[in-house]
Design a protein. Structure first.
Length: 307
């Protein structure tokens, strides 16, 4: 038997002990799903190493069509989910290298191998883990950077007055997500009547207070799981998952009743349902705005459902 194959077989045969030693070295809590996912990735990358050990390929040519880098990227995702930093990413693989080496020392009589065979195993182990660490750090940095950019984008796209996402985030992300995640949902766009005129008259504080009151009322009556946004200067929008236009109309009625109790301003509302009134996000917004425009023409805190 080829000695490299024997070492690879011993690593595979000792995989349970290797993983237990790695968990002990990294103090992993394996009952949590994120840790189990990471442990599964560590197990698979160890198996890949045994294939590399048997292969005549170098670390540069042993790619398996990109599957190795894809696996490392998946592991980096689990590491990021667990809150690892770059040092933790490196230590995960350094610990794996140590426990694999110790396992081979324990299970294989290295004195029966010539120096070249031992050196080949050691060099391949070092090269493989060095490559994996580099690839994992690249993937980890890309994930962390994307998360940071998304967080910054969300912060920049949050309306300071109401604390809600703005129209750009609503149309670019929130509404398309709803289309993907739900077979049916409704949206309502509420409009504060005479908002622009109030601002033009110098009553900015009054206009701002009206918008805050509207936002609070919409959040109060919308069902659990609803998504909200400040759709325009004088508009608040709500996505109502799994709700039809009839239920959305009822919610709009309760919101307008709350506004009437507060007094001082009127609100109009347009309602549309996906996919009954629009097959995609763009069509749905268009139909909702048409309904809102009709409600504003009627005036007096009207509610219109798209046809």
């Amino acid at each position: 038997m080829d000695r490299s194959s024997r070492i690879a077989d011993e690593i595979r045969g000792s995989l349970t002990e290797i993983l237990a030693s790695w968990r002990e070295a990294r103090n992993e809590i394996v009952d949590e799903e994120a840790y189990r996912n990471l442990l599964g990735g560590i197990e698979r990358i160890t198996m890949v190493f045994t294939e590399f050990l048997r292969s005549p390929d170098t670390v540069e040519t042993f790619t398996k069509g990109g599957a190795v880098r894809e696996l490392v990227g998946e592991i980096a995702g689990y590491q990021h989910e667990l809150g690892r930093e770059s040092v933790g990413v490196m230590e995960d693989f350094a610990a794996l290298r140590r426990v694999v080496w110790r396992s081979v020392e324990k299970s294989v009589d290295l004195s029966t191998l010539d120096g070249a065979e031992v050196a080949r195993f050691f060099v391949k182990l070092m090269q493989a883990t060095d490559w994996v660490v580099e690839a994992a750090l690249e993937a980890f940095d890309a994930i962390a950077r994307a998360d940071m950019e998304e967080a910054l984008g969300r912060a920049a796209a949050t309306d300071l007055l109401t604390g809600l996402p703005d129209r750009d985030l609503f149309t670019r992300l929130l509404l398309p997500q709803a289309v993907t995640a739900h077979h049916r949902f409704s949206i309502i766009i509420f409009d504060v009547a005479s908002f622009s005129e109030t601002v033009a008259a110098g009553e900015v504080a009054q206009a701002r207070e009206a918008l805050r009151v509207l936002a609070d009322a919409v959040r109060a009556f919308a069902p659990e799981g609803a998504v909200f946004a400040r759709f325009g200067d004088d508009e608040i929008c709500a996505i109502l998952p799994d709700e039809g236009s009839e239920a959305a109309y009822g919610i709009a009625e309760r919101v307008l009743e709350r506004i009437r109790e507060h007094g001082g301003f009127e609100v109009d509302a347009g309602v549309a349902e996906y996919p009954a009134h629009g097959r995609n996000a763009g069509e749905l917004v268009t139909e909702t705005l048409k309904a809102l425009k009709m409600a504003k023409r009627v005036g007096g805190s009207g509610i219109v459902v798209a046809r």
